[in-house]
Design a protein around this ligand. Structure first.
Ligand code: SF4
Ligand code: SF4
Length: 225
Protein backbone atom coordinates (compact mmCIF):
# COMPACT_ATOMS: atom_id res chain seq x y z
CA UNK A 1 0.00 0.00 0.00
CA UNK A 2 1.57 3.25 -1.11
CA UNK A 3 -0.02 6.18 0.69
CA UNK A 4 1.50 9.57 -0.03
CA UNK A 5 0.52 13.21 0.19
CA UNK A 6 0.01 13.20 -3.57
CA UNK A 7 -2.74 10.58 -3.67
CA UNK A 8 -4.54 10.64 -0.37
CA UNK A 9 -8.02 9.56 -1.45
CA UNK A 10 -7.89 6.25 0.36
CA UNK A 11 -10.19 5.17 3.15
CA UNK A 12 -8.87 2.01 4.72
CA UNK A 13 -11.02 -0.56 6.42
CA UNK A 14 -9.04 -3.67 7.25
CA UNK A 15 -6.65 -5.72 5.15
CA UNK A 16 -5.36 -9.18 6.10
CA UNK A 17 -2.29 -10.34 4.24
CA UNK A 18 0.74 -12.56 4.73
CA UNK A 19 2.81 -10.50 2.29
CA UNK A 20 6.06 -9.17 3.60
CA UNK A 21 5.68 -5.45 3.08
CA UNK A 22 8.38 -2.84 3.23
CA UNK A 23 6.77 0.02 5.16
CA UNK A 24 6.87 3.53 3.75
CA UNK A 25 8.28 6.31 5.86
CA UNK A 26 5.75 7.62 8.38
CA UNK A 27 4.48 11.00 7.24
CA UNK A 28 5.06 13.91 9.62
CA UNK A 29 1.97 15.56 11.07
CA UNK A 30 1.27 18.51 8.83
CA UNK A 31 2.57 16.89 5.63
CA UNK A 32 -0.96 16.80 4.34
CA UNK A 33 -3.11 18.61 6.92
CA UNK A 34 -2.83 22.39 6.78
CA UNK A 35 -4.21 22.84 10.31
CA UNK A 36 -6.58 25.32 8.71
CA UNK A 37 -9.64 24.34 10.79
CA UNK A 38 -12.04 24.13 7.81
CA UNK A 39 -13.16 20.70 9.04
CA UNK A 40 -13.82 22.08 12.53
CA UNK A 41 -15.89 24.98 11.20
CA UNK A 42 -17.93 22.81 8.81
CA UNK A 43 -18.70 19.89 11.13
CA UNK A 44 -22.38 20.26 12.07
CA UNK A 45 -21.89 18.36 15.30
CA UNK A 46 -19.00 20.41 16.68
CA UNK A 47 -17.18 17.10 16.92
CA UNK A 48 -13.81 18.04 15.42
CA UNK A 49 -11.52 20.00 17.76
CA UNK A 50 -9.71 23.14 16.63
CA UNK A 51 -6.28 21.99 15.42
CA UNK A 52 -4.71 24.78 17.52
CA UNK A 53 -6.18 23.27 20.70
CA UNK A 54 -3.26 21.29 22.11
CA UNK A 55 -5.41 19.82 24.86
CA UNK A 56 -7.59 18.03 22.28
CA UNK A 57 -4.86 16.05 20.55
CA UNK A 58 -3.96 12.39 20.53
CA UNK A 59 -0.24 11.73 20.17
CA UNK A 60 1.14 8.43 18.95
CA UNK A 61 4.80 7.67 19.60
CA UNK A 62 6.33 5.37 16.97
CA UNK A 63 9.79 5.67 18.48
CA UNK A 64 11.45 7.13 15.42
CA UNK A 65 8.68 9.72 15.19
CA UNK A 66 5.70 11.15 17.08
CA UNK A 67 2.56 12.15 15.26
CA UNK A 68 -0.62 13.74 16.56
CA UNK A 69 -4.17 14.18 15.39
CA UNK A 70 -7.34 15.80 16.73
CA UNK A 71 -9.36 13.85 19.29
CA UNK A 72 -12.77 13.81 17.58
CA UNK A 73 -15.76 13.66 19.97
CA UNK A 74 -17.27 10.55 18.41
CA UNK A 75 -20.55 10.78 20.33
CA UNK A 76 -21.31 14.12 18.63
CA UNK A 77 -20.17 12.79 15.26
CA UNK A 78 -22.35 9.69 15.57
CA UNK A 79 -25.39 11.73 16.63
CA UNK A 80 -24.97 13.98 13.57
CA UNK A 81 -23.90 11.37 11.07
CA UNK A 82 -26.81 9.12 12.02
CA UNK A 83 -29.54 11.69 11.99
CA UNK A 84 -30.08 13.11 15.49
CA UNK A 85 -28.94 16.62 14.64
CA UNK A 86 -31.62 19.07 13.52
CA UNK A 87 -28.97 21.34 11.97
CA UNK A 88 -28.18 18.87 9.24
CA UNK A 89 -31.24 16.62 9.02
CA UNK A 90 -34.37 17.95 7.32
CA UNK A 91 -35.98 14.57 8.11
CA UNK A 92 -35.54 14.97 11.86
CA UNK A 93 -36.54 18.63 11.67
CA UNK A 94 -39.75 17.70 9.87
CA UNK A 95 -40.78 15.11 12.46
CA UNK A 96 -39.45 16.90 15.55
CA UNK A 97 -39.58 20.65 14.79
CA UNK A 98 -39.67 21.56 18.49
CA UNK A 99 -36.66 19.51 19.46
CA UNK A 100 -33.62 21.61 20.32
CA UNK A 101 -31.09 18.96 21.26
CA UNK A 102 -27.75 20.74 21.16
CA UNK A 103 -25.42 18.10 19.74
CA UNK A 104 -22.51 20.54 19.77
CA UNK A 105 -22.53 20.51 23.58
CA UNK A 106 -23.46 16.86 24.08
CA UNK A 107 -21.11 14.67 26.10
CA UNK A 108 -22.80 11.48 24.93
CA UNK A 109 -20.44 8.58 24.17
CA UNK A 110 -20.23 6.98 20.74
CA UNK A 111 -21.99 3.83 22.00
CA UNK A 112 -24.81 5.83 23.60
CA UNK A 113 -25.19 7.78 20.36
CA UNK A 114 -25.37 4.59 18.28
CA UNK A 115 -28.03 3.12 20.56
CA UNK A 116 -30.13 6.29 20.36
CA UNK A 117 -29.82 6.90 16.61
CA UNK A 118 -30.39 3.33 15.50
CA UNK A 119 -33.29 2.93 17.92
CA UNK A 120 -34.88 6.04 16.39
CA UNK A 121 -34.30 4.84 12.83
CA UNK A 122 -35.95 1.51 13.61
CA UNK A 123 -38.74 3.00 15.70
CA UNK A 124 -42.43 2.86 14.84
CA UNK A 125 -45.35 4.67 16.40
CA UNK A 126 -48.83 3.23 16.02
CA UNK A 127 -50.51 6.57 15.32
CA UNK A 128 -48.30 7.29 12.30
CA UNK A 129 -49.94 6.47 8.99
CA UNK A 130 -48.53 3.95 6.52
CA UNK A 131 -45.77 1.74 7.89
CA UNK A 132 -45.84 3.61 11.24
CA UNK A 133 -42.15 4.57 10.94
CA UNK A 134 -41.27 7.48 13.21
CA UNK A 135 -38.90 8.85 10.55
CA UNK A 136 -39.83 7.31 7.25
CA UNK A 137 -36.61 8.09 5.39
CA UNK A 138 -34.30 6.63 8.05
CA UNK A 139 -36.51 3.58 8.36
CA UNK A 140 -36.46 2.93 4.63
CA UNK A 141 -32.68 3.18 4.32
CA UNK A 142 -31.90 1.12 7.37
CA UNK A 143 -34.33 -1.62 6.37
CA UNK A 144 -32.62 -1.88 2.96
CA UNK A 145 -28.96 -1.46 3.85
CA UNK A 146 -28.65 -1.82 7.63
CA UNK A 147 -26.79 1.49 7.67
CA UNK A 148 -27.72 5.12 7.12
CA UNK A 149 -25.76 8.36 7.02
CA UNK A 150 -27.22 11.84 7.11
CA UNK A 151 -24.49 14.41 7.79
CA UNK A 152 -22.65 13.54 4.58
CA UNK A 153 -19.25 14.08 6.20
CA UNK A 154 -19.61 17.83 5.67
CA UNK A 155 -16.54 18.71 7.68
CA UNK A 156 -14.19 15.78 7.93
CA UNK A 157 -14.28 14.81 4.25
CA UNK A 158 -15.94 17.42 2.06
CA UNK A 159 -14.58 20.63 3.62
CA UNK A 160 -11.17 19.03 4.01
CA UNK A 161 -10.93 17.74 0.45
CA UNK A 162 -12.08 21.10 -0.84
CA UNK A 163 -9.34 22.96 1.01
CA UNK A 164 -6.70 20.39 0.09
CA UNK A 165 -7.61 20.69 -3.58
CA UNK A 166 -7.52 24.48 -3.44
CA UNK A 167 -4.21 24.53 -1.59
CA UNK A 168 -2.57 22.27 -4.17
CA UNK A 169 -1.48 19.79 -1.50
CA UNK A 170 -3.03 16.93 -3.40
CA UNK A 171 -2.56 16.28 -7.06
CA UNK A 172 -5.51 14.01 -7.68
CA UNK A 173 -8.34 16.51 -8.01
CA UNK A 174 -11.93 16.16 -9.15
CA UNK A 175 -13.11 17.83 -12.33
CA UNK A 176 -16.08 19.48 -10.57
CA UNK A 177 -15.60 21.71 -7.56
CA UNK A 178 -16.90 20.56 -4.20
CA UNK A 179 -19.14 23.53 -3.47
CA UNK A 180 -21.23 25.34 -6.04
CA UNK A 181 -23.05 27.39 -3.41
CA UNK A 182 -22.84 28.08 0.29
CA UNK A 183 -23.58 25.15 2.60
CA UNK A 184 -26.94 25.19 4.33
CA UNK A 185 -27.68 24.59 7.98
CA UNK A 186 -31.11 24.39 9.58
CA UNK A 187 -31.83 26.35 12.76
CA UNK A 188 -31.47 24.25 15.89
CA UNK A 189 -34.21 26.00 17.85
CA UNK A 190 -37.90 26.14 16.82
CA UNK A 191 -38.87 29.31 15.00
CA UNK A 192 -41.41 30.25 17.63
CA UNK A 193 -41.77 28.93 21.14
CA UNK A 194 -45.17 27.30 21.65
CA UNK A 195 -47.19 28.91 24.46
CA UNK A 196 -49.90 27.64 26.78
CA UNK A 197 -50.02 25.34 29.78
CA UNK A 198 -49.12 22.27 27.75
CA UNK A 199 -48.93 23.25 24.07
CA UNK A 200 -47.94 19.78 22.91
CA UNK A 201 -50.95 18.12 24.52
CA UNK A 202 -53.18 20.95 23.24
CA UNK A 203 -51.97 20.71 19.65
CA UNK A 204 -52.63 16.98 19.69
CA UNK A 205 -56.11 17.29 21.20
CA UNK A 206 -57.07 20.15 18.87
CA UNK A 207 -56.08 18.10 15.85
CA UNK A 208 -57.76 14.87 16.90
CA UNK A 209 -60.74 16.10 18.94
CA UNK A 210 -61.68 19.57 17.63
CA UNK A 211 -63.58 21.65 20.18
CA UNK A 212 -62.82 19.39 23.15
CA UNK A 213 -60.80 22.10 24.87
CA UNK A 214 -63.34 24.87 24.42
CA UNK A 215 -63.30 27.14 27.48
CA UNK A 216 -60.67 24.88 29.03
CA UNK A 217 -58.92 27.70 30.79
CA UNK A 218 -61.97 29.88 31.57
CA UNK A 219 -62.28 30.55 35.26
CA UNK A 220 -65.79 29.94 36.62
CA UNK A 221 -67.42 33.19 37.66
CA UNK A 222 -67.64 33.70 41.37
CA UNK A 223 -71.15 33.60 42.71
CA UNK A 224 -72.32 36.96 44.04
CA UNK A 225 -73.23 36.85 47.70
S1 SF4 B 1 -9.74 20.75 6.91
FE1 SF4 B 1 -8.25 19.13 6.43
S2 SF4 B 1 -6.38 20.26 6.16
FE2 SF4 B 1 -7.72 21.64 7.28
S3 SF4 B 1 -7.33 21.22 9.48
FE3 SF4 B 1 -9.02 19.89 8.86
S4 SF4 B 1 -7.99 17.94 8.35
FE4 SF4 B 1 -6.41 19.54 8.28
S1 SF4 C 1 -19.17 12.79 9.78
FE1 SF4 C 1 -17.54 14.34 9.88
S2 SF4 C 1 -18.56 16.30 9.50
FE2 SF4 C 1 -20.15 14.79 10.00
S3 SF4 C 1 -20.45 15.03 12.21
FE3 SF4 C 1 -18.92 13.42 11.92
S4 SF4 C 1 -16.94 14.45 12.06
FE4 SF4 C 1 -18.51 16.02 11.70
Amino acid sequence: MHFTAKWPRVRLGLIFTDCELEPDEILDTGTLCLHCGACTRSCPGGAIPDPRDESARITVDFGEKKIWFGDVQMGRCTLSHHGMNNECSPFLKKEFPNMAFDVRNSQMTEEEAYILTYALANATWGRKPGNHAVIDYYNQIISHTGYFAICGAKGCIRACNDILEKSGRIEQTFHNQYYKKESWALPLYPQSAPTGVNPYREAYLDQHYPGIRENEYCKPEKKKE
